[in-house]
Structures are given as structure tokens and as C-alpha cells.
Design a protein around this ligand. Structure first.
Ligand SMILES: [Ca+2]
Length: 188
């Protein structure tokens, strides 16, 4: 009994007492069918994810690297950024938080689609031709792919022992299911 106490129970108490939980995101590019911002948001939710929010340069760089590594630098992607229903102030619909870090392209946001004269109120990642910067675009425009994100909760101990609690971690198998669902989704 003493051996169990010393070798198992006490270390667990130590880790529990001094470790901490942290959130980690994974991003998933949805590139099969371009769509408008509203449908993109709904599709991410149907996969138990949210349309991506970008709160820092680190997150922005991770998304740009993912787009490049998966060979989609020529595409444009919706994020959850919008000013819909918020008196013209942008926020992340995915988190409910206002913008802190921004990465607007030069001259953006310009508020109007000068071709259709319609307002622009949703944030997209532009293609590499525009350095993957942000642009405000017409939310109803149907020609954008989109980025979903999934938040995982990890437990970090002070001795760098990372226990992946992974509330609902998306395995590679599940990612395949998401892709299949995107292919077979006839709702949109
Ligand atoms: Ca614009």
C-alpha cells in the first residue's frame, strides 16, 4: 500500500496541483465547394467546429503555413470575422471577441464591393497573390472556400508531461469523415 501511495498517488497529486490546462487549436481547410460566409459558418458547426478566428500573428502564420503546405495558396478563405449586426465594428463570430491583431491588405477594409456596389462585411484570407492578407468581402459572395477550427483542451504539468485530455479530439479518421461529409453534403 505504501508503495502505491509513493509511486502512484503522490505523483498524481503533485501533477494535479501544479499543472495547468491550456487550449490548442487545429485548423481544417474546406476546399471542395466554394460558398458564401453564412453557409461556411453553418458547415463548420455541422462538423462540430467553428469558422476560424484569428487572435494573434502566431495564429495567422499557422493558417498561412497550412494553406501553403496543402497547396491552396491560389484560393481565398472565409474566416469568422464580420461586422454584421455590430454597428460597423468587426468581431470574430466564432469567439464573440473583437479584433485585436489585424492583417488587412493595403486599402482594406474598403467597405464596398465597387463592382456590385454592395456592402462588404465579412473577412477573408486573400490568395498568395495578395500575400494572404485580409480583405472585407461581400458575405453573400459564393466563391470562397473556408477554414474551420477545432479547440482542444490539453493538460500541461510543470515537468513538461503533456497529458492530452482532448475533449473531442479529431483523429485522422474523423478528418476523413469530415471530408466525406463535405463531399456528400447536399444541404448547401
Ligand atoms: Ca474589400
Amino acid at each position: 500500500m505504501k508503495l502505491i501511495l509513493v509511486c502512484v498517488i503522490l505523483p498524481l497529486i503533485f501533477v494535479s496541483a501544479y499543472g495547468q490546462f491550456c487550449q490548442q487549436k487545429s485548423y481544417h481547410l474546406m476546399t471542395l465547394t466554394p460558398t458564401n460566409w453564412f453557409k461556411a459558418f453553418a458547415q463548420c458547426r455541422s462538423f462540430d467546429m467553428t469558422l476560424a478566428s484569428v487572435s494573434s500573428k502566431e495564429e495567422n502564420d499557422r493558417i498561412v503555413q497550412l494553406i501553403e503546405s496543402e497547396g491552396h495558396s491560389d484560393k481565398r478563405f472565409w474566416t469568422s470575422g464580420t461586422k454584421l449586426g455590430n454597428d460597423g465594428a468587426y468581431y470574430w463570430m466564432g469567439t464573440g471577441k473583437s479584433l485585436g491583431f489585424t492583417n488587412w491588405a493595403s486599402g482594406q477594409p474598403d467597405k464596398y464591393d465597387w463592382g456590385t456596389n454592395e456592402p462588404e462585411a465579412c473577412i477573408e484570407f486573400m490568395s498568395k497573390n495578395w500575400d494572404s492578407k485580409w480583405n472585407d468581402a461581400r458575405c453573400s459572395a459564393e466563391n470562397y472556400h473556408f477554414i474551420c477550427e477545432k479547440t482542444h483542451l490539453s493538460y500541461l504539468s510543470p515537468i513538461h508531461f503533456n497529458i492530452e485530455t482532448n475533449i473531442d479530439s479529431m483523429s485522422r479518421a474523423n478528418q476523413s469523415k469530415v471530408i466525406q461529409r463535405e463531399k456528400s453534403n447536399t444541404t448547401f
